[in-house]
Every structure is written in C-alpha cells, then in structure tokens.
Design a protein around this ligand. Sequence first.
Ligand code: ADP
Ligand code: MG
Length: 479
Amino acid sequence: MEQKENIIELRHITKTFEDGFHAVSDFNLEVKRGEFVTFLGPSGCGKTTTLRMIAGFDIPTEGEILLNGKPITKLPPNKRPINTVFQRYALFPHMNIFENIAFGLKQKKVPDHVIEKKVKKVLELVDLEGFEKRRVSTLSGGQQQRVAIARAVVNEPEILLLDEPLGALDLKMRKEMQLELKAMHKELGITFIYVTHDQEEALTMSDKIVVMSEGKTQQIGTPEDIYNEPKNAFVADFIGESNIFNGIMTGRLKARFCGGEFACVDDVEEGTHITAVVRPEDVILTAPEDGTIRGVVTSVIFKGMHYEIAVESGKNEMVVQSVKAAKPGELVGMKVDPDNIHIMIAEDHTNIFAVEINKSHRLEYNGTVLDTSLTKIIRGSRRSEDGTLLDAAGEEIDPRRIRVIAAIGPGDIKLTDHQDEGLVQGYISNLIYKGDHYSYVIHTDMGQDFVVNDEYLWNMDDQVGLIMPVEKMTFSVKR
Ligand code: ADP
Ligand code: MG
C-alpha cells in the first residue's frame, strides 16, 4: 500500500485555561489523509478541547498544528477546510431541512442551482432523500443528527470532526448510525476525527485510536494493537474487561500474581514488579486440581453468547468468560495460556486495586468506607431526585454493573506501626534502598502486594498499616 501523507499533525500541543488548568498536555499526533481516527477517553480527559484546537475554536497555549505540512495553529476556523458535527444537533428550528443544510453555502454566496444540487446529493448520502421541506421538529433524534452531518459534509471539508455525535441517541439507533457513518467515511474518502468515550464504538469504527486520560495520550494504535497490547494499566482497564493484578517476576518467563505462579512469554528480569493483565475470555476453567490457581465461583451472569463468571481466589477476583455455565459456590481451577498473559513493567509502581461499592452505594476498601462518592469519581454524573445515578448523557448507571479501580502512587502511601490507622495491614516482604528512600513491598491482608516509598527504615516482616489518603487516589470506572 502506498504511504499516505499526513493531513494533520499536532506537535507538542498544550492547552492551559485561564484558571491554570492543563486540559491537554504535550499532545502529539499524526493523522493520515483519509484515516478514521478516534479520540477515546473518559469524560473530562480533554477530547473536545483537542478537537476545538484542530477546528480553530481554541488556540493552543503551546505547540504547533500543521495542515498538509503547513502551520495553521492560529488560523481562524472559517479559513480551515474542516467542519464539525457536535453531540447536540444545533439545527436551526425555524428553518426547514433544505435551509438548514444550505445555510453555509448561502453565506458563501454559492449560486442557487449549485446549492440545490449539493443539498440533494448530501441528503442522499445520509439517506434522507425528499426531506427538503420537512421541519426540524418533525424529525427523530437520529434523523436530526443525519441532517447535522449533511450540513457539515455539504461544505466538502477535507476533514470532518465529530464530537460524540451519537451520544444523544438510544443504543439501537447508535449502533445503526455507527455503521452508516463508517459507510459514509468510505464513500466520501475524507479524513474523520471522531470523539467518543465508548470503547466499543471506538474499536468497531476506527483505523486508529488515541486513548486519552487527563489531557495526555496513553496509547495510539490500531484497535487490535490497543486491545491486544495495552501499553499500561489505564488502557488495559479502559479497553474491554480485564483482570489486572500486581505481581512480581519470580524467574525466567515466570510471574507470580493472583496467588499463583504462571508461565508467561514476556522475558522480564526476575524480581521486577509487574502488572499482569488477563482477559476474561482467556481464562480456562478446569477441575480444581488441574488449575494454576483455584477459587470459588461467586456469580454467574448469562450474557447471550457466554457466561460471565466471577471467581474468588484468596483475596483476588478473576472474571472469566466461558461458554459453559458454573454454579455459585463451586470450587474451580483456572489456568491461562502463557501467550495470553500480558505482562507490563510497573515502571512507576503505581498500586492498582479494586474498590467495592457497598449496599448504600458508598465506596469501600477492606471494610472502610472511603470519603468520596460515585458522583464525584464519575465525571459529569449526578443523582436524580429518586437517587438514581445518571451519567453525563442522562442515562442510568447501575452501580451493581460497574467496577471501580483505584490507583495510588508508592510515594502517596505512609507506613505506620499503629496498624489500625491504616486502610489495610500487612508485612514488609521486600525492601530495596533507592539512594534517598527505601522502596518496600508490603504483602497485605487483602492478598495484594503494595509498593510503598518511605524514607524510614523498616525491617523485613515488620507488621505495618498503610495510610492511603483518598485525595491521593485516582479512580477509573469501568462500565
Ligand atoms: P472531554 O471532551 O474529554 O470530556 P474537555 O476537553 O471538554 O473534555 O475538557 C477537559 C477538561 O478541561 C475538563 O476538566 C474541563 O472541565 C476543562 N475545561 C474545558 N474548557 C474549559 C475552559 N474554558 N476553562 C477551564 N477549564 C475548561
Ligand atoms: Mg467532550
């Protein structure tokens, strides 16, 4: 295949708002002509801000944007061959469909007969032939969004930006429109830059996905790259269901996590702290005596094509996808092909752990209620009057169907010999002097190892409590 040139390049883009907030930091991206690129990340991670800088509605604080190799960083929006479709359709309610679509062309003084031809063509493209005279209020949400797309496409942009364009549609309509948009992308042959917080949508539609978190790119790659080779725990957790464990390399091609020692194919040095990721579909259920680890089935949910089975193994939980059912309370064995164990070096030794949601919908770890709430950690969410949890799009979130993962850095945990003051207790199982501090591994009562940096010397096997302030934790929510 011929190597296509970059249509858009973002170089070291940073956006700091007046209040000092860094919405986007050192963002680098190359988009090839004709590509379908998707920005994927949780609400608030800077997707819209980045798109607005590409469109010209916002100017980067630092960095450069190139269009076809030429800088356009400060070029006004109407001078860029770029059009945007927003989540809210923003159609003119007092105009009919024809007038809505023709609006931009009329402004540009395009002759009437040309406008008529162009509008007819884009109406065909979005499957709304003959809708010219209809009023906006008579259209369904899906149809209105098609008009919004037609209105952007009629200007024949080189690049179409789409900011969560399907976010306001119901699931069925969203699935339909995903397919239509993909077909449209093919037919038009232009570059699409698409924004979504829905990983499934990103995986099905894109040539290239940019996973974002807190204003930074976490990984850029094809859907397959991102799904099969997540670069860090954030990506692994955000993309698809994953079992994530802290662990340690115990030998050549051997890793200990989730209470067992597994053979793996990643050649990582013995003693290295790792994060191991195992997809639920890669866990094989066996007779108890045949598994690398054993556990007790705690829940079984039928998902149509397979069962989703949760297994408690010591203090760890493994989620398993299986075509065969299991019974709650049943003792099972579990093994994983070495190929299917994904080892990441825990470079910064961030501790990642699952937090529970208790019956009153409070977050809990090791029996202690954490001083935060679901609405605080799910960006844009709120409670309705009857207490139902709603996401930013107003859709109901069932707290029983989400998983909350907390992360805390090794420098943000304090050790205390007043064990009860800790959120969790354990003993020192490893220590390394790092020049100006010690790095400890604490094997906790929760069965999980935590890495803690501390300037004080503790001894091997000392019993300690781990003080972990909630304000130092970051949470990610998996729906
Ligand atoms: P996303 O589209 O990924 O949900 P945004 O790009 O809209 O995220 O916002 C990223 C962050 O920047 C958010 O925390 C948001 O509150 C903040 N932000 C956006 N616009 C402004 C602004 N004009 N001033 C200050 N902060 C802003
Ligand atoms: Mg947004």
